[in-house]
Ligand binder design. Structure first.
Ligand code: NAD
Ligand code: DAU
Length: 357
């Protein structure tokens, strides 16, 4: 795919910004269009280092605005879409699900329909890549892994909206022959993640000696993957994945929340020159997340076997780099956590603490 125009949606967010940077730097012949409406989670400061690159352009717009997206496809000769734009936080989907349905379901439908119209009769060398999550598969017991054949069983408004979007993408493949590919990835960690998600939130709270709100008994398991490894996996699937196929992406790296939090506390005690076990004293058990999925774990053998991708860093290495980034980038954290973030935080955790007491 030389000289192609790639529309990346949600490129100002956490994973999107890592992906946009990677594509802008690695593929100078590609024209990279970053379409993002800049919700609370989208931040152009994430891309300050590449914003003047000649092969990059930012476009502010909403994926669920059919007129706008239709016009964009008419004006730009878009060859491929990598679709990441989404409402992405499970707790927010519980507080207010409608935005998730609008962006994640309607927005995906609008993009597919616009691409279909623009690409009518010329599907060769086109690609619609949908970035999805392991949460569509529901919750695992103590054993087993999610494979590409695991039946869908989403249990939160967020995961249900992502599952819906996956189904719509597959429907366009079967019905219209659209050249689609889907990946379902486990929990990402790394720099530039909005501090509502576990790791950046806890790093920030430890730094400021604030309580660490552990949901339920903390015995929930997630499979953690470094965000740069996810971006590399997307690159590989974008270029070599087979149309109509799904690939699971994961870190082979399962952690119970409470064990991960204790490890994080101990690394940060060392980095901040605090006494041993000082930060663990901040752990506070709060009311559980409703419908909290017990365990996620990905079988990523298909992408490894068929496309040669596997994680490149150990969790220990990735976590050190990640913690250092948040400690060094105080200004980034303070910028994204003013105003509406504070209102969200107060609502989310006051109610949880009150219910627990
Ligand atoms: P994020 O919340 O950090 O970023 C989402 C981006 O989408 C933001 O820049 C936001 O402004 C933009 N956006 C939201 N609504 C939009 C709209 N209507 N129109 C245009 N732009 C809009 O999310 P993330 O964690 O980077 O996740 C990106 C994608 O990857 C999502 O589709 C998510 O479901 C998926 N995913 C995330 C993880 C994870 O661990 N974070 C794991 C697997 C899959
Ligand atoms: O699995 C992939 C998914 O990972 C992505 O699709 C989502 O976009 C992403 O947000 C993430 O979802 P999780 O719900 O797993 O991530 P979160 O960081 O919100 O929570 C991780 C675990 O930590 C989960 O078991 C809930 C728990 N938790 C979270 C927060 C924010 C706490 O115990 N306390 C907290 O304050």
């Amino acid at each position: 795919m030389s000289h192609c125009t790639v529309l990346i949606t949600g490129g100002a967010g956490f994973i999107g910004s890592h992906l946009v940077r990677r594509f802008v730097r690695r593929y100078p012949d590609y024209k990279i269009l970053n379409l993002d409406c800049l919700t609370y989670a989208g931040n152009l400061a994430n891309l300050a280092d590449i914003e003047t690159a000649p092969n990059y352009r930012f476009i502010k717009g909403d994926v669920s605005d059919a007129d706008f997206i239709g016009k964009l496809f008419k004006e730009q000769a878009i060859d491929a879409v990598i679709h990441l734009a989404a409402e992405s936080h499970v707790d927010r989907s519980i507080l207010g699900p409608m935005a998730f349905f609008e962006t994640n379901i309607v927005g995906t439908g609008v993009l597919l329909q616009s691409a279909r119209k623009a690409w009518e009769g010329q599907l060769e060398n086109k690609r619609f890549y949908h970035v999805s999550t392991d949460e569509v598969y529901g919750s695992l017991g103590e054993t087993g892994l999610f494979t590409e054949k695991t039946p869908y069983d989403p249990r939160s408004p967020y995961s249900a909206s992502k599952a819906s979007s996956d189904h719509i993408v597959r429907a366009y493949y079967h019905t219209y022959g659209m050249p689609v590919v889907i990946t379902n990835c486990s929990n990402n960690y790394g720099s530039h993640q909005f501090p509502e998600k576990l790791l950046p939130l806890f790093i920030r709270n430890i730094k400021h000696k604030r309580p660490l709100p552990v949901y339920g008994d903390g015995n929930y398991t997630r499979d953690w993957l470094w965000v740069e490894d996810h971006a590399r996996a997307i690159d590989v699937v974008f270029h070599r994945g087979v149309n109509g196929e799904t690939y699971n992406i994961g870190g082979h790296n399962e952690w119970k929340n409470i064990d991960l939090i204790k490890m994080l506390c101990s690394i940060m005690d060392r980095k901040l020159d605090r006494a041993e076990n000082a930060s663990a004293q901040l752990i506070t058990y709060v009311k559980d997340r409703p419908g909290h999925d017990k365990r996620y774990a990905i079988d990523a053998s298909k992408i490894q076997r068929e496309l040669g991708w596997k994680p490149s860093v150990t969790f220990e290495e990735g976590l050190e780099v990640t913690i250092d980034w948040y400690l060094k980038n105080e200004a980034w954290l303070e910028n994204v956590t003013s105003g509406s973030y504070q209102r969200y935080y107060d609502e989310q955790y006051k109610e949880r603490n009150a219910a627990k007491n």
